[in-house]
Structure formats: C-alpha cells, structure tokens
Write a protein that binds this ligand. Structure first.
Ligand SMILES: Cc1cc2nc3c(=O)[nH]c(=O)nc-3n(C[C@H](O)[C@H](O)[C@H](O)COP(=O)(O)OP(=O)(O)OC[C@H]3O[C@@H](n4cnc5c(N)ncnc54)[C@H](O)[C@@H]3O)c2cc1C
Length: 382
C-alpha cells in the first residue's frame, strides 16, 4: 500500500493541469499534423521538474523517489493523445536512465542536464529493420578510429527521431557477436553522417513522430560512450525496466480514464427505455475490467516499493508491461463497442484510444517477448 503524501497529491494535480494545458488543448491539431512540437512540450514539463524526477540534483534532476515517476506515468496516460505521452516517456524514462546511471559527469553535464530541462529532445535507438524483438541481432556498428567512433548502420521505429537532438544509440563495438560487444553511445544528431531516412505513417500514436535513422561514417567522440565499452546490452536491459514500468503506469491512467468516460456515456445513453449501463452484460464487463485495473494498480505499487528498496524489478516490470497492455486493449475494445457508431468515428475519443493502445502489446517488447522473459525467470525457469 502506498500512503500518498500531500506532496504526491500536489504533484499529481500539477501534472494533470499541465497535461490539460500543454497536451490536450492542442492534441487534435497535432494528431492531424502527425507531429507535435517536442521542444515546446518538453520544455513545459522540464520547467516544473517532471523530467528526471529521480535524477541527481547536481545535474538538474529532482532527487525524488519512484512514486513520483508512477504518478507522472499515470497522469500522462490520461492525455488525449497517447502518442505525446509516449514521446514524453521516452525523454523521461527510456532514453535517459542509462546516461544517468552510467554516464561520466562531463557527459551528463552536456546531454543529461539539457534533457532534464527540456532544452534537448532525446530518442532511444535500439530497434533495426532486422532486429526488433531480438535485440542481440542488431548490426549497427561503431569502429574506433583514435578517439572517435565511426558509426554505420540504421535504426527503425525511433520515437522522436525527427526532432531529437541526441540519440542513446545501442550498437556493436566489437566482433564478439550475440549479447557481447555492444556499447551505448550518445549520438548528437547534428553530426555529419546522420540523417533521417523516412518518417513512418502509423496506425496510431499519430502525433508522435517515428523515424528511420541512417548513420553513414558518422563520427562521434569515444568519450560519448555511456558506461563501460562492451556493456551496452546489459545497460540497455536495465534501461528497459524503466521503459516497461513507465508504460505500465501510463496504462493504469489510460484505462482508469477510459473506464470513467465509458461508464458516464452509458449512464446517459438510452436504449430499450433505460440507460445502456442498466444492462448487466455491460456492467459485468466493465466491473471485470475495473477489478483487473485494481490488481494492476496494486502490482505497480509493489513495483514502486521494490524499486525504492533497490531490488531487481525485472519480474515486476515484465508482468506489469504484459498485463497492462492486454488490459488496455480490452478496455479500448469495450470503449468502441459500447459507444456503438459513436465509438467508430474520429470525432470521439474511443477511436483514437483504440488505435493508440494497440501499440503497447508491440512496442517496448511485444507481449510474447514479455512471456519469453517470464518463462525464463523463476519460478518457471525454462
Ligand atoms: C510506434 C512505435 C514506436 C517505437 N519506438 C521505438 C523507439 O523509440 N526506439 C526503439 O529502439 N524501438 C522502438 N520501437 C520498436 C519496437 O520496440 C519493436 O517494434 C518491438 O520490439 C518489436 O520488434 P519488431 O517490430 O521488429 O517485431 P518482430 O521482432 O519482427 O516480431 C514480430 C512479432 O512476432 C512475435 N514475436 C516476437 N518474438 C517472439 C517470440 N520469441 N515468441 C513468440 N512470438 C514472438 C510478436 O508478436 C511480435 O510482435 C517502436 C515501435 C513502434 C511501432
């Protein structure tokens, strides 16, 4: 059980207000444009300390405990464009944790501080055309030439890829192959040899830009390496735990709001001489979703406690990501179904919600990849 303090509640109110003003007020326009002004939005969140909440105050972070990250996740999950919530989560919890944990003070000063402030937009570059679920199959390579890396290869599906000032790049730095010989490198996008090959046209998360990136003899100082050369895979696996938890926190917020809105609609909508919500068939489905949401919320609280206690949260993060993605899909289906034709038109929220939530069972590790991880952990230990 988490005892929420006044400070927690104030932070929740602050983010809810910010989501309303900085995201929801413009969401329709940015969804239609297929892009949102990341620098503007991240700056607004950076100014109130919502990026790098837990990071070291020496580099501009908030030095707070993990409950605040959960609150941030739940509140951005209530945004009317989940693509913008995802883009923001990339900045706060997917592209920057490794730099915070393993980067040198100089690297943090140059790249982490402006990311926390919202002055620089970041991206996480792991997936490639031939390596998504199987991260060990990546081929992008950095070859050392004196004090520089020379990088060649490509990355696919990169969120914020069109607007990023730097990418946390996972690439090969030796010929060892498999899980070995990878490193994480901070790659500034204004370097020669970097280009955006294309912008992807997606089913959902439409306000978030997603790009294919190309690296052609791109030169980056070796001092931009995050942590130990050759430990990139392991560091990225760590970073994935943050990514999966912030995704699960968002889904709690998203499902909670969708449940409230759907119930309200069904109270108002009349059919067969009564509100639609009077039908037990509908009540039971929504009650079942609400029960699953409650279990998930408590699971997330347990994850927060484990994280704050410095424990390995791999199992928590994997269970949370898998079950929250499935619950969000179920909620999205119910929202469209129970709104009838009104759920199928772009004028109303369920249509976008349906498209956006579909990503969560694919991005950040597909459901099957979560199951594969769980099957390998105790108590199954396959
Ligand atoms: C909108 C969007 C944003 C993204 N943002 C980023 C980003 O910012 N940075 C980044 O690096 N990546 C990003 N990704 C990539 C994302 O993480 C990958 O799409 C995901 O990991 C799946 O990889 P893949 O698409 O190559 O699918 P594949 O690896 O080809 O897998 C296809 C499907 O096969 C099934 N599958 C895979 N493995 C197994 C298995 N072992 N057993 C059974 N079934 C399996 C799953 O259903 C999976 O969906 C993003 C993707 C999207 C769509």
């Amino acid at each position: 059980m988490i005892e929420f303090s006044d400070e927690h509640q104030q932070f929740r109110a602050l983010i809810r207000d910010l989501v309303e003003r900085e995201i929801n007020a413009h969401a329709d326009e940015w969804e239609a444009a297929g892009e949102f002004p990341a620098h503007q939005v991240f700056k607004a969140f950076g100014e109130v300390g919502a990026i790098g909440i837990e990071y070291d105050p020496e580099f501009g972070g908030g030095g707070a405990e993990h409950t605040f990250t959960m609150i941030l996740g739940e509140e951005i999950g209530r945004a009317s464009s989940l693509g913008i919530a995802m883009a923001l989560a990339v900045q706060s919890d997917m592209a920057t944790p490794a730099l915070h944990s393993f980067g040198t003070p100089e690297l943090k000063e140059k790249y982490l501080r402006p990311a926390i402030a919202g002055d620089m937009v970041t991206a996480i570059g792991v997936s490639e055309p031939d390596a998504g679920s199987d991260v060990a199959a990546i081929r992008t390579r950095a070859v050392r030439d004196g004090e520089e890396w020379v990088i060649n290869g490509s990355k696919l599906w990169i969120t914020n890829g069109l607007q990023a000032d730097w990418v946390c790049l996972l690439c090969r730095t030796s010929d060892e192959g498999g899980y070995k010989g990878m490193s994480q490198i901070v790659v500034p996008t204004n370097s020669e040899g970097f280009s955006v090959s294309r912008k992807l046209d997606k089913l959902g998360m439409r306000a978030s830009d997603t790009a294919e990136l190309a690296f052609n003899d791109m030169r980056v100082p070796v001092e931009n390496t995050i942590g130990e050369i050759g430990r990139g895979f392991q560091q990225q696996m760590n970073q994935f735990q943050n990514e999966r938890m912030i995704a699960a926190y968002q889904m709690v917020g998203a499902v909670e709001l969708a449940l409230e809105r759907t119930s309200q609609y069904l109270k108002d909508r009349q059919a067969f001489g009564a509100p639609l919500l009077a039908n037990q068939a509908i009540q039971y489905e929504l009650a079942d979703i609400s029960a699953h949401l409650e279990v998930l919320r408590h699971h997330n609280w347990a994850a927060v406690a484990a994280f704050n206690a410095g424990q390995d949260i791999t199992r928590h993060a994997t269970v949370a990501k898998l079950l929250s993605a499935r619950l969000a899909r179920r909620m999205a289906d119910a929202a469209v179904q129970y709104h009838g034709g009104m759920g199928y038109v772009e004028d109303n929220w369920p249509a976008r919600f349906f498209r956006d939530t579909r990503l969560w069972s694919i991005g950040g590790g597909a459901d099957e990849v979560m199951l594969r991880t769980l099957a390998r952990l105790e108590p199954i230990g396959a």
